[in-house]
Design a protein around this ligand. Sequence first.
Ligand code: SF4
Ligand code: SF4
Length: 491
Amino acid sequence: MINNSIAIKNASAVSSNSPAIRTEMPELVKLIDLSRCTGCKACEVACKEWNNLPPDKTENFGSMQLHRSLTPTTWTMVYFNEAVIDGNVKYLMRKNGCMHCENPACLTACPSPYAIVQYENGIVDFNQDKCTGCQFCVSACPFNIPQFDSVSNRVYKCTLCIDRIDAGLPPSCAKACPTSAITFGEKHKILDNAKTEIKKLVKRGFKNAKLYSPKGVGGTHVMTILPYGNNTEDYELPKNPEVSPLTTFTKGPLAVFGGLFMGLTTLGSFAHLITAGQSKAPEALAAKEGKEEEIDRHNLATRIIHWTVAISAVLLIVSGLSLYSPKLFWLSNILGGPQSSRFLHPWIGVIFLISFGLLFIRWFKDMAIKPYDIDFIKNIYSYLIHDEKNIVKSDKFNGGQKLVFWCFSAGLALLFISGLFIWFPGFFGSFAARFGLFLHELTAIFFISAIIAHFYLSLIAIPGSLAGMITGKVKSSWARFHHGLWLNGNK
Ligand code: SF4
Ligand code: SF4
């Protein structure tokens, strides 16, 4: 839960900050001096006690470490490692937990307004009330800190005891540490102390001792003195952590491009309606010929499958767009709120995949691209302006529909694979999840645009198409004009 009495300087998925009760506040930093840490785990116990976190099952895997990594109910833990440094075996230990980055990747990635906030004092806090359980923060964090709890469907991490800090107390781990390896205070004072301690360490022979507060994340509000500063990986710390360019690109330029592209597709459809209008040629043809028949076009099974695809596509677009842009976050209410919308999105995707697969089996032969389809595509302008004299004749589906069908099929494969990467970040890894999110959004932009165009053409621009998919029958004039080769083959 957000601490409302501390000013917020940055929040996920919002462009302006909330009004603050206190506005001026010094930056605060926790310093962990590993040269003083004895690995006693008092900090772990204090964290559990203060935050009322239950114990996790321990695991003996040949280490003093209680279990292999942080969990939703273990927000800090001492990591132990043996490493050969300068030809000698060293026993390294490091208190792990959220670094409270100045430029937090988790906050950049989070699609839910105020699910992650950064207070004026630099502390990064998660607000589980607003968390959708999407795990974008999990894959974005370069330190592998946020922990997803599949029972509550929310993500947890160290709060730096923001409630204690608000009451003028130090974090519980700093209070409990018996060797003063953890200290806490205003940034400038802590930095002065760190410099002094590092000088002492160098004098004692730790010539590579250094302060770990990586620039790639703008520095951190949890800083660590590493006695062996050139061996960051031996402390299980990334050497050059950063906010992934994939994350910033996906949340920035790609989101803008997507909005423009989908918006232009919608505007283009309106522009077409205004300039070219609806296709009236079949009606004119019927009047000229003086006779009209009903032709079977889609049987019942095909229609049921098609409408399952259509309904699931709409629900996917609604739930997907709510995660895509903070401006569209309200769309999640259509599916019962942010949590349920996020939860349902991949399952609706599974329904979409299965139903489209069935449609694919029914249609793929009819969708084979023939030479006259190529001519149709080359000459598509005539079709769009309803220039009946120059439209190339089509069979059951025209060249444009066939092209869209194959693009849809390829796009769906990409959406499915990238969706799996996002759905199971713990299994596929952080990079795959970040890349999956980028690919999913990029593919979805074209996918949604194609669906907008398809809806416009079938519902508005080409009268008769919708009726064909509802009743299964089309008028002979419609079939002759739009699918003349198919009609001739049917007779
Ligand atoms: S360490 Fe990870 S979870 Fe903590 S603030 Fe940085 S990016 Fe967010
Ligand atoms: S799981 Fe999703 S909504 Fe929750 S904090 Fe992480 S990024 Fe934000």
